[in-house]
Design a protein around this ligand. Structure first.
Ligand SMILES: Cc1cc2nc3c(=O)[nH]c(=O)nc-3n(C[C@H](O)[C@H](O)[C@H](O)COP(=O)(O)O)c2cc1C
Length: 226
């Protein structure tokens, strides 16, 4: 692979470019640079529950922003019902998550997904071997086995019908959710506080299409409360 050199027009004044690490310009097919696996539970039109594994999610205060591709059952359910539970997967759930990976609650599965190996699955709880628990503020159940379960309601949906990205899927939608209730397994909560103990919480990460746990703690920020 050819290494790139900086064009003569690039201003390098004040930079020591002799000591920069080797790098190449690349165009990977995906940019999943490492985010936690979230299992979104949503209510199907017949009242049953769908589970959508996803990882394009980030949180600020009590709001979470997620991205969902078109053609999925979770997206259709969320837009129709306006609520969901964001169940954060733990490291020990990676095999079950991968059993759900090639499935969709959408029937029939869109052609572009069928071609890459997806099939329809109506009962994702049974396939994963997980159990449903009732929620408090939303109608859709949560996943008992997930260490963190965030009940949420939809605030905004921004469709992004991007032509260049699987036009048949209708692009993707950016969804902003407000978290209404947070359930945490007792063993990841600092006793008698509202805090998650980060040394006992072991989230599952999705990194360039591979599953990882997080390694040992390296340090803490000046704002850490526990
Ligand atoms: C670990 C993992 C992460 C994923 N992340 C996303 C994502 O962030 N956004 C998305 O639209 N699909 C994501 N997917 C793909 C969906 O799970 C897939 O489209 C699935 O068929 C959706 O299910 P549903 O149609 O029942 O909602 C991910 C899949 C896996 C296994």
């Amino acid at each position: 692979m050819a290494k790139h050199s900086l064009p003569g027009t690039v201003d390098t004044a004040g930079m020591d470019i002799r000591h920069m690490p080797d790098s190449v310009l690349i165009r990977p097919s995906i940019l999943y640079f490492g985010t936690p696996v979230v299992l979104i539970t949503t209510r199907n039109p017949d009242g049953s529950t769908n589970i959508t594994p996803m990882s394009s999610a980030w949180a600020l205060a009590d709001h979470v922003v997620i991205g969902l591709a078109g053609g999925g059952q979770g997206l259709a359910n969320l837009l129709r019902e306006g609520e969901c539970v964001l169940n954060l997967a733990g490291v020990d759930q990676h095999a079950a998550v991968e059993r759900l990976a090639p499935t969709s609650g959408y029937d029939p599965v869109p052609a572009w997904k069928r071609e890459v190996g997806y099939r329809h699955e109506a009962d994702k709880f049974a396939l994963a071997g997980w159990h449903a628990l009732p929620s408090l503020a939303v109608a859709v159940p949560r996943i008992a086995e997930c260490p963190l379960q965030l009940e949420a309601r939809l605030c905004h949906a921004l469709p992004r019908p991007i032509e260049a990205w699987r036009a048949t899927a209708g692009g993707y939608t950016v969804l902003e959710l407000e978290v209404l209730r947070i359930h945490a397994h007792t063993d990841i909560v600092v006793p008698d506080t509202q805090h998650i103990d980060p040394s006992r919480y072991h989230p599952l990460f999705y990194v360039f299409r591979h599953y990882f746990g997080c390694g040992p703690r390296l340090g803490r920020t000046f704002k850490a409360e526990v």
